[in-house]
Design a protein around this ligand. Structure first.
Ligand code: PSU
Ligand code: MN
Length: 305
């Protein structure tokens, strides 16, 4: 599956290589959430837990990152822990993943970066927290995540809790529709809003079973559609923060970002960290719960494929 020219740059962790060779289900995991999305040690605990959840479901986890210039498909426990502790790592998307490989750098892969790496390795299912999308005020800043273009081009099923609610969810859905990306809400008539189960926006598509999601993806591929799809899986009710509660914190964090002139790749990590402070850690607890919930569903989809 991996193109010949890519092989010299990629290390596939032994359990992942074995699973891929024998057709066992594999779930890719991103690492920007580790390097830029959560503080240590919660990032490390989250990353280890999510792998465990995938194994318990009978699939093999493959956390993806670039370490000292090697594109890693699956990390050892020691590598994952070291990455979680390292500060000053890069945040790697389509524009800079190959730069980090060429320059021997270390970085976490975003949704876009992880989709690229997963596809290179022949992995079709990927679990994250929330995708990047169209930022509020994008009509001025032009800040639209490369995750959206990647979903349009790269054939991987991305299981998320929707677009992060710090974004303009309505515009994000519009761009996804324009780019031909199916957005499937899992067991819900509305698109979830990351920390909250509901948003004001109707689900473009709805499915209620992992088997049906796998079947939809197979059908798309059989019909020759390229590109990926986005599964939006609402956070469990016990862990959610109501949309009205979050709105105030998100607005406050946004004001702080603007006042401090935060731009570009720093916007998402800044807002997540600021919201964590404003909610006294509650947003982080919810973020961890939703990633775990997505890992469970992703493993079921991978098994069904
Ligand atoms: N999900 C989380 N926390 C995160 C991210 C996702 O729960 O930190 C990361 C993903 O890697 C996503 C990135 O691709 O945030 C989006 O960054 P940007 O908006 O700069 O494209
Ligand atoms: Mn951006």
């Amino acid at each position: 599956m991996t193109p010949e020219t890519a092989r010299p740059f990629i290390d596939i962790h032994a359990p992942v290589a074995e699973a891929l060779a024998s057709g066992k289900p594999v779930v890719a995991l991103e690492s920007t959430i580790i390097t830029h999305g959560m503080p240590y040690p919660q990032n490390s605990e989250m990353a280890a837990n999510v792998e465990k959840i995938i194994r318990n479901e009978g699939a093999v986890p493959a956390t993806i990152a670039v370490i000292d210039g090697r594109l890693k498909i699956g990390l050892s426990d020691a590598e994952r822990e070291a990455l979680a502790k390292t500060t000053g790592t890069m945040k790697l998307s389509r524009a800079d993943l190959a730069f980090a490989v060429a320059q021997g750098r270390t970085g976490g892969t975003t949704v876009a970066g992880t989709m690229i790496a997963a596809h290179l390795a022949g992995i079709r299912v990927f679990a994250t927290g929330g995708i990047g999308g169209v930022h509020k005020g994008a009509e001025k800043s032009f800040d639209i995540s490369a995750d959206l273009d990647e979903l349009a081009h790269t054939p991987v099923v991305v299981v998320s809790a929707g677009a992060k609610a710090i974004l303009d969810i309505e515009k994000t859905l519009e761009v996804l529709e324009t780019r031909g990306v199916p957005v499937v809400a899992f067991g819900s008539d509305v698109v979830p809003a990351f920390w909250s189960r509901v948003s004001p926006y109707a689900a473009p598509l709805r499915l209620d079973a992992a088997d049906d999601i796998a079947d939809f993806f197979r059908t798309r591929q059989a019909l020759g559609f390229g590109g990926g799809m986005l599964v939006a899986n609402p956070v469990p009710a016990a862990d959610e923060i109501p949309v009205e509660t979050m709105a105030g914190y998100i607005a406050a964090a946004q004001r702080d970002a603007e006042a401090q002139g935060i731009s570009g790749k720093e916007v998402t990590p800044f807002l997540l960290a600021r919201i964590l402070e404003l909610t006294d850690g509650a947003s982080l607890k919810t973020n961890i719960a939703l990633v775990e919930n997505n890992a469970r569903l992703a493993a079921k989809i991978a098994k069904a494929l």
